[in-house]
Design a protein around this ligand. Structure first.
Ligand SMILES: Cc1cc2nc3c(=O)[nH]c(=O)nc-3n(C[C@H](O)[C@H](O)[C@H](O)COP(=O)(O)OP(=O)(O)OC[C@H]3O[C@@H](n4cnc5c(N)ncnc54)[C@H](O)[C@@H]3O)c2cc1C
Length: 447
């Protein structure tokens, strides 16, 4: 039986952080990943997605300015774009492995399985670990419908060499919306089938109403309150059968993507053998990110039940776990208010409380909500939408939440996140000199 001090499962931002801190502190560390090393964000998530977004931003801006200084729309070459994306992703697994190996970490390449509360089986070895860290992230949720084998997922979309003529995305969450916008701008005919009554249900409904209009103007069909029941392969194409108000409809399309959401990657770990409790959101942890039923086990990143499944949270949680392994449980996970963005064009971004949450929590709430497509920042680039809702506590003048739809919203929202996390009042924000003309300077007119 081999022994290590710490065994980390998963080499994404969360797992890598724990492994590196622990080995640098002198512990014997092993890590395993059952896919390419480097995790979701760098290889099949945020980074490749944002690279693919680049040229679609150029096309969007150019088409908005047609006849206003631009005389011909640029042509997007999807295959060239994919080649460009590979420059960012292709070396990630190799360089991640090299980095970890050079630090003295032992690497494995398959999913370990718990065989008892402190022992894992991996690559035909049994390994006993002082601490076991589960950092396995999320995987695409499978859809339980007839013909599910014909569904593609986000990995497949990010690796498409040819963009199909027609695409159906099942699910209007952030991944479905971002991909729809990219595909439509690159020339595909796109349909989104969403089972809820609106897209992006966790975002402010006034913002999503405007985004729905922009999305439809782009030629994307949005089918709401619809449930997919069957996918059928019919001569090089697919029939997607769905039910809407008790009526069964069919869309014929070249490709179908399941973008209904993601779930914790825990199915292969044999958690029952180690008495590790978990829920639908992930591994159940206390404030030290330690599993509540097996104290040898910690969990961080998307797969921990704590916090939103976003990249910046993973690294922070990895640091907390490393600290608690090295020093005993003394660092609590304290996730600040987290901004999030949907990289549609325009972006949708949000931080803090929704209007309803703020009104339920505080008596004296002010809401500044407006659609300001005629403001200079948006008008100068002929942007199709610019809308904001900022919520603050009128007694303390502290910002409670901000919701933005605009070309630069994913950047501007960071100022609101900073204001909320560092108690910067609206008066102080108003008194700050920002560059002019700029999107961030617009904040002063929003509050
Ligand atoms: C298409 C897409 C776009 C995204 N865009 C954004 C964005 O714009 N901004 C943002 O903040 N976040 C985004 N995310 C989410 C972000 O990628 C995750 O929050 C982040 O990668 C989580 O890091 P992690 O270390 O917790 O997990 P991961 O990075 O997922 O790493 C987990 C690792 O564990 C491995 N693993 C899984 N199961 C096992 C097993 N049984 N055995 C061994 N290894 C295993 C996986 O292969 C993976 O390498 C996006 C995700 C996707 C899919």
């Amino acid at each position: 039986m081999k022994k290590v001090d710490v065994f980390v499962i998963g080499s994404g931002g969360a797992g890598r952080t724990v492994a590196k801190y622990c080995v640098k502190a002198g512990l014997k560390v092993a890590i395993s990943d059952n896919r390419e090393y480097g995790g979701t964000c760098a290889t099949r998530g945020c980074d490749p997605k944002k690279v693919l977004l680049g040229p679609t931003e150029v096309c969007e801006m150019a088409s908005n300015l047609l006849g206003k200084g631009i005389s011909r729309p640029p042509e997007l070459n999807w295959l060239d774009l994919q080649r460009f994306k590979l420059e960012f992703t292709k070396n990630v697994p190799q360089s991640t492995e090299k980095d970890l190996r050079e630090l003295g970490i032992q690497l494995f390449h398959e999913s370990p399985r718990f065989i008892s509360s402190d022992t894992l089986e991996v690559e035909n070895s049994k390994i006993k670990a002082g601490k076991i860290v589960i950092a396995t992230g999320y995987v695409p949720r499978l859809l339980n419908v007839k013909g599910a084998e014909f569904l593609n997922n986000s990995d497949d979309f990010l690796n498409l060499n040819n963009l199909p003529e027609e695409i159906v995305f099942i699910g209007g969450g952030y991944i479905g919306m971002e991909f729809s916008h990219m595909a439509a701008r690159a020339g595909s005919k796109v349909t989104i089938i969403e089972h809820g009554s609106r897209i992006l249900s966790s975002f402010d409904k006034d913002m999503t109403r405007y985004l729905t209009n922009v999305t439809q103007d782009l030629g994307i069909r949005i089918v709401l309150n619809a449930e997919v029941i069957k996918i059928e392969n019919v001569s090089n194409a697919y029939n997607v059968e769905f039910k809407q108000s008790d009526k069964v409809n069919i869309i014929n399309t070249s490709m179908v993507f399941n973008t209904t959401g993601r779930e914790p990657s825990i199915a292969m770990l044999n958690l029952e053998k180690a008495n590790v409790n978990f829920s639908e959101q992930g591994i159940v942890v206390n404030e030290f990110l330690q599993n509540t039923s097996n104290p040898r086990v910690y969990a961080c990143g998307d797969v921990s039940e704590h916090g939103l499944p976003l990249t910046p949270i993973s690294a922070i949680q990895g640091e907390v776990v490393a600290h608690n392994i090295l020093n005993g449980n003394s660092k609590k996970v304290n996730t600040p208010v987290v901004p999030s963005a949907v990289f549609t064009l325009p972006n949708l971004a949000s931080v803090g409380l929704s209007e309803d949450e703020a009104r339920r929590k505080y008596n004296n709430v002010s809401v500044s909500y407006n659609s300001v497509q005629d403001w200079f920042s948006a008008k100068r680039i002929n942007s199709p939408a610019y809308t904001f809702k900022v919520i603050w506590n009128n007694s303390t003048k502290l910002i409670l939440g901000a919701h933005l739809l605009g070309s630069n919203a994913a950047e501007t929202i960071n100022i609101f996140a900073m204001a909320i996390n560092h108690d910067i009042t609206i008066d102080k924000l108003k008194n700050t000199i920002f560059t002019y003309p700029s999107w961030i300077n617009d904040i002063k007119s929003m509050i």
